[in-house]
Ligand binder design. Structure first.
Ligand SMILES: *Cc1c(COP(=O)(O)O)cnc(C)c1O
Length: 531
């Protein structure tokens, strides 16, 4: 049966029905279907006319290709349309609200982009003579100063290229510090149940053994349980603050003091710094190392738009072990790049001890484009503006939480105000309905779904992070949509089970896709030619 009948498109029709099946082209009005380039391209078509190459002897010998390479070609207008059509099937922060919790998906001001594209920042090379890149080094240094100031820490390693990379940097600092003390036998890292998956993964990758610390019924770290586990085998803890339940870890100072007294170090996952920037300095909470996701807190693009950037701020205890290079402005006002050769003298002067850096995280200095964007964002907000960012982000999250707690189960709503994100569970849906159905229903409403099934401490978690950049009107529309979808899930509306109905593709078999991913387009005629 065709999906379109006299009364129009009916989402409650069988899951096999699509509007696309009803049109000759498969297009739905201005929403265009698009085949893969391997299906529509041909290896005899080229978008440009190239002059025939003059005959010459090949120096490739038996490496010369005997068969055609099999790459699909299209004419120039076809190429432009192909990628434009595909891009219209995508969703992005410039198109609409992105409620992904734990991700801080906020508007990226265009000013940042303009600055990052200035030739003096965009067209330089890391191997250029240092005296020709003083401006770029100045940007790195100035950003470093802001990050140290905002976190109340002692030093910053700018080079890590993402949050997870920063975690590795911090854990390698802790390892180096323990080894320097002759306590390399401390192998246990304590990680709360609600931690982001990257935390235990990083600790394990750095050679530590991970042990979980339970959460309290109100969604915070169980401080007595953590303290009870401290001992001579514990290297440290990895704690997220605000945590992934959207709550501030009120006991963090007490926890840090206990960990330090037991000879360990405190790593803080700073991915949620957006909620406290300008209001709380992690250094005052006794943190030894914390990564800052510039691509979250300081607005630079991430996800498919990346790359990320994860500078790591370090306490006085860990600073001497940080990765090279350091950048520092010396008394003459010039920014100096401290590389291997001069690091020892520099570290002696600044940290009062010889070189103990664990090495390098990257070949060069990190993500220059992200540094420029982040510094632009920081300077255009100023210190008071950054504080306002945190306040508005928290206000928006509490607005979402209080607007929906009567509709969805909000397990920690009684724990007091949330920080930057609101957490819900699938506890009060109709039999057979789950978080996945709500997420798919939201796609039909034109919203990217929130983070689902994370954190694991809550059944069927739905984690919503509105960020400060959304207006009340945008939040009201989202709240209305989520409430409507949730009511359908509570009433057991069968059409929700097959949502999305209006997206270019219907509900996929995600288990099959994960277990048997099809990563190569095998059926295209061109693929055979390339074999
Ligand atoms: C995003 C995130 C990370 C990882 O950061 P990446 O930049 O994606 O590597 C770690 N922890 C938390 C809580 C996060 O939200």
């Amino acid at each position: 049966m065709n999906a379109i009948n006299q009364s129009g498109w009916k989402p409650e029709m069988g899951s096999g029905d699509t509007a696309a099946a009803a049109t000759f082209t498969g297009n739905r009005a201005l929403m265009l279907e698009e085949a893969l380039i391997f299906e529509i391209g041909s290896d005899t078509t080229c978008g440009v006319d190239l002059p025939t190459t003059p005959k010459g002897s090949s120096r490739l010998g038996n490496l010369a290709r005997a068969k055609p390479i099999g790459l699909p070609g299209l004419s120039e207008p076809e190429t432009v349309r192909h990628y434009t059509r595909l891009s219209r099937q995508n969703y992005g922060i410039d198109l609409g609200f992105f409620p992904l919790g734990s991700c801080t998906m906020k508007h990226n001001p265009r000013l940042n982009e303009k600055m990052a594209r200035l030739p003096g920042f965009a067209d330089i090379h890391p191997l250029q003579p240092v005296d020709t890149v003083q401006g770029a080094l100045g940007v790195i240094n100035e950003l470093a100063v802001w990050l140290i100031e905002l976190t109340g820490m002692h030093a910053v390693a700018m080079s890590p290229k993402a949050g997870a990379h920063g975690e590795l940097c911090g854990m390698l600092c802790i390892k180096a510090a323990l080894e320097a003390r002759g306590e390399g036998h401390r192998k246990v890292v304590l990680v709360p149940e609600s931690a982001h998956g990257t935390n235990p993964a990083t600790a394990a990758f750095a050679g530590f053994t991970v042990e979980n610390i339970p959460a309290t019924p109100e969604g915070r770290v169980d401080t007595p349980a953590l303290k009870a586990r401290l001992g001579p085998d514990v290297a440290g803890v990895m704690i997220t603050n605000p945590n992934t339940c959207g709550l501030f870890e009120r006991d963090l100072k007490e926890i840090s003091d206990a960990v330090h007294a037991a000879g360990g170090y405190v790593y803080c996952d700073g991915a949620n710094f957006n909620a406290i920037v300008g209001r709380v300095r992690p250094g005052d909470l006794g943190i030894d190392a914390m990564h800052i996701n510039l691509h979250k807190t300081f607005s630079t693009p991430h996800g498919g738009g990346g790359p990320g950037s994860g500078p790591v701020v370090l306490s006085k205890a860990l600073a001497p072990f940080g990765p090279l290079p350091y950048t520092a402005r010396t008394a003459d006002g010039v920014v100096h790049l401290i590389e291997e050769a001069d690091a020892e003298a520099f570290e002696r002067e600044h940290f009062g001890r010889p070189l103990t850096s664990f090495g390098r995280m990257t070949a060069f200095h990190g993500q220059m484009g992200m540094f420029t964007r982040a510094l632009t964002y920081i300077l255009s907000h100023g210190a008071d503006g950054l504080r306002q960012v945190a306040e508005d982000a928290v206000l928006n999250a509490n607005y979402v939480l209080r607007s929906l707690e009567g509709t969805l189960d909000a397990p920690f709503a009684a724990s007091g105000p949330c920080m930057h994100e609101a957490l819900f569970s699938d506890d009060n849906l109709a039999e057979g309905f789950s978080t996945l159905d709500i997420a798919k229903g939201l796609i039909d409403e034109g919203f990217h779904p929130m983070t689902v099934y994370f954190p694991l401490v809550v059944h069927g978690a739905m984690l919503v992070e509105p960020t400060e950049t959304e207006s009340k009107a945008a939040l009201d529309q989202f709240i209305g949509a989520l409430r409507s979808v949730a009511e359908r899930a509570k009433a057991g509306d069968p059409s929700l089970k097959s949502a999305p109905h209006f997206a270019p593709r219907r509900r996929l078999d995600e288990t099959l896709a994960a277990r048997k991913p099809v990563l190569v387009w095998k059926d295209a005629p061109l693929a055979e030619a390339a074999e």
